[in-house]
Design a protein around this ligand. Sequence first.
Ligand SMILES: [Zn+2]
Length: 248
Amino acid sequence: MTSTAPSENIKEDREDQISFKLISEIIRERIISDNARFHANDNIADYIYPGELEILEKEVASRVRDLLKTLLIDIDKDHNTQETAERVSRMYINEVFKGRFYEQPKVTSFPNDKNLDEIYTVGPITVRSACSHHLVPILGDCWIGIKPGKKVIGLSKFARVADWVFSRPHIQEEAVMILADEIERLCEPKGLGIIVKAQHYCMKWRGVKEPDTSMINSVVRGDFRHDSSLKQEFFELVRQQSNSAKNY
Ligand SMILES: [Zn+2]
């Protein structure tokens, strides 16, 4: 008994340390050991096991509580901010940054039996994101143009995938590229064009405080890139759709 006791103690100590590991540390270690990237606009759902998001939600809430305290807000006495940490944590994980923590919504593709090859555009699709630099909102519209390939997906699916991609901290240029990658993967179009027009609250609310400035960027791939008349047709269709679009 005396000879085995020390090593058992060490083992117990180690188990104690493991049980005190934060869930964010456990998930981060899984990602790193897989040599995967976890930038702000990456999806990390594969590394989060069932039940862990709820634990992460608690950890994030405690960090937000620390932030509020450090900002010298009396969260114990101020009834307006007593539950703010929990609300912010839930909002980040399950709403505005859900595209990091949740898997892509299920998208079923169908064979393009009729060999449709006319281009079509979908939009405006409302996109909501946050800038990676300040974590304040980016709100805008997105138009997607497709020249179908072997597979087609339902129109509403474009909005679902766009929402999932944009619900992460981003810079707009990369958001559009990531959305293009996902759509190419889902329906392998012969041509793809995406335009995003968005307003950035880091310019409206802070910084230069320019309330009406927006940023427009686009990506064109496949036939849209090689065939200038097709590209023109795409931009013309979007122009028609955007004439009726709302202003932010
Ligand atoms: Zn910003």
